[in-house]
Design a protein around this ligand. Structure first.
Ligand SMILES: Nc1ncnc2c1ncn2[C@@H]1O[C@H](COP(=O)(O)OP(=O)(O)OP(=O)(O)O)[C@@H](O)[C@H]1O
Length: 582
């Protein structure tokens, strides 16, 4: 609870005064509500003691009831509007904060968490704090409705007050015990729900694999087993909830009538005067209010327990590693970069990674990373781009080593292989609504050979993309994603390409590499390459095996020195004579 209040306070920045005003108005409204049984008792007692002669005075008391109710609503209504507007602001702030944290979390952290699981956590956390914020009036109401009748009953008779207090404590204890168990079940249910959502997203998100391999029934069964796991704690909590309500209801009933009887007995044994119906009605009303509020506390505590569990699920994201503090950007006019013994290990993995990569890069040069599958090409590119944090080694720029620097994030842009397309127009997919100079946009469209795709589309860049770009071919999608990458890389002096052209036909791929070289004449281009025919576009080849660089040189040099490289060339049907010219 204190944690939720801390977060509420933080996310209500800018609207805290509004929240304070809402709570003050609610307090006023609830205090006015407390006066209603007393006013009703006055009206009834006047009629009982004075009969028809007291009609006018009783009328005045009834008028007071109406006026109090109007005043109550004049405070309660606007207070709710204010409170809910704060809740909206809080939700927006939570969603924004969590997204910011998510997109800045290291890639290695993301690789350990399913996106469906994270998505569920973000949604649950935002909704939980939103609900918590807009429930403040209920909590305030509960506090006043417990304290108010207690004070009123104690003023009427000390025994009645003491009995009410004992009753509240007993009912409160029962509620707490039930809810502690219910909270544990809600946490289990939440966990199972996240696992279900993650699997659902996996199958629906990869629908083409499910459909083309006829996996509908198999995936349905797998999904059903995850859903069944949600129902285990849910079923238990349904039963436990009914027991809780039964206990709260019976205890509340006992408390109400216990209070009425205790008051009647204490009045009868006291100094004597007649037992007025109005006063008895007032005791009954307060007792009802009190036991009613216990029911309300029970319901709200249960909701609160759920909110807390949902909110707690955001802990994983709130505690994700913060973005790395960037050092000063190195001079973009660099001429030579040297990697010395870069080491990277994936957390918990016994294989893979980089084992002491040393390499020199020169400005304006085009470098191809070649190696068998799993040799570490993508890993090296990710380390250079700062997406993975290398654990060892150092980097010098123009001979200067900046202590601790093991990446080149500020200099580089990595264009990945996966053509991730958003549900937006082609233009929005490239610019993401950021203003980009027309020339830069045109250059990106040309370099990626997307211009050839646009010629076939009547709406051109305004063509809407469906989810994941299903309305384009694989190669067209990759060209669109490449255009986005080229635009993003326009100020980078180190362009890192992780096979962003792998889905293109060989001729288009050649054309794209020529255009990329022309678009980044002053940058250094480092590209993972599988198709050996592309090597003609590169100045040097870096040959990688098992997470290390085994040789660097021209194609013909490597062909002579490295049998595995020569075999790879041969396997691709590459003519040695042609490569020698590279
Ligand atoms: N997130 C990860 N966790 C653990 N191991 C990983 C992870 N990513 C990659 N690896 C392992 O690291 C090694 C290098 O992978 P990497 O993707 O860098 O190879 P690659 O040369 O780019 O391969 P390919 O040519 O197939 O794209 C592989 O053995 C791979 O299984």
């Amino acid at each position: 609870m204190p944690q939720m209040y801390r977060h509420l306070w933080r996310h209500a920045q800018g609207v805290r005064a509004r929240l304070g005003a809402a709570l003050a108005m609610q307090t006023g409204a609830q205090l006015l509500k407390l006066a209603l049984p007393w006013l009703a008792a006055k009206a009834i007692d006047t009629l009982q003691t004075r009969g028809a002669a007291g009609l006018a005075d009783a009328g005045l008391w009834i008028l007071a009831i109406v006026a109090t109710s109007l005043a109550l609503w004049a405070l309660h209504g606007p207070a709710r509007v204010l409170e809910r507007s704060v809740a909206v602001r809080v939700r927006a702030s939570v969603a924004d904060g969590m997204y910011t944290q998510l997109v800045h979390a290291p890639l290695a952290w993301h690789e350990r968490h399913h996106s469906g699981d994270l998505q569920h956590r973000v949604a649950m956390t935002g909704t939980a704090l939103y609900d918590f914020t807009q429930s403040q009036f209920i909590y305030l109401q509960n506090v006043i409705n417990v304290a108010g009748p207690l004070v009123a009953l104690a003023l009427l008779s000390r025994q009645t007050g003491a009995l009410a207090l004992a009753g509240f404590v007993a009912i409160g204890t029962v509620i707490l015990r039930f809810d502690r168990a219910l909270m544990r079940l809600a946490a289990d249910e939440n966990l199972a729900e996240r696992r279900y959502v993650a699997r659902l997203l996996d199958f629906v998100g990869n629908i083409s694999a499910v459909a083309s391999l006829r996996l509908q029934e198999a995936t349905r069964t797998m999904l059903a087993s995850r859903l069944a796991a949600v129902f285990v704690p849910l079923r238990r909590s349904i039963v436990l909830t009914e027991w809780k309500w039964c206990a709260v209801d019976l205890l509340g009933l006992g408390l109400s009538w216990g209070l009425v009887v205790a008051y009647a007995l204490s009045t009868a044994s006291g100094a004597g005067g007649p037992l007025l119906i109005g006063s008895l009605f007032m005791v009954y009303q307060y007792a009802q209010q009190a036991s009613g509020v216990m029911g309300s506390i029970a319901a709200n505590y249960q909701n609160l327990a759920r909110m807390r569990t949902h909110f707690a699920s955001g802990e994983l994201i709130r505690e994700a590693p913060p973005p790395r503090a960037e050092g000063a950007a190195p001079d973009a006019r660099w001429q030579a970069i040297e990697l010395h013994g870069l080491v990277f290990r994936h957390a918990g993995a016994s294989r893979g990674g980089l084992h002491g990569v040393s390499l020199a890069l020169r400005r304006g040069e085009r470098v191809a990373l070649v190696g068998p599958s799993g040799s570490g090409k993508s890993t090296l590119l990710r380390v250079l781009a700062g997406l993975y944090d290398a654990q060892g080694g150092r980097i010098s720029i123009d001979g200067v080593v900046e202590p601790g620097r093991r990446h080149l994030a500020e200099l580089s842009t990595l264009i990945p292989q996966e053509a991730e397309i958003f549900e937006a127009t082609m233009l929005e997919n490239i610019t993401l609504e950021r203003a980009a100079p027309d020339t830069a946009l045109a250059q990106a469209v040309h370099a990626s050979a997307l211009d050839e795709v646009l010629q076939t589309l009547p709406l051109g860049l305004a063509t809407p993309m469906s989810e994941r770009g299903f309305n384009l071919s694989g190669g067209q999608r990759q060209r669109l994603a490449l255009a986005r990458g080229v635009l993003a890389a326009r100020d980078s002096s180190l362009l890192l390409l992780d096979e962003p052209t792998s889905a293109l036909d060989a001729l288009t791929e050649q054309r794209v590499h020529q255009r990329l070289a022309a678009a980044f004449p002053g940058a250094c281009i480092v590209s993972a390459v599988h198709r050996m025919s592309l090597l003609a576009h590169f100045d040097r080849v870096v040959f990688m095996v098992g997470g290390g660089v085994v040789d660097v040189g021209r194609v013909d040099e490597l062909q002579a020195r490295q049998p595995l490289f020569a075999a790879m060339l041969l396997g691709s049907g590459h003519e040695p004579a042609a490569t020698a010219a590279a």
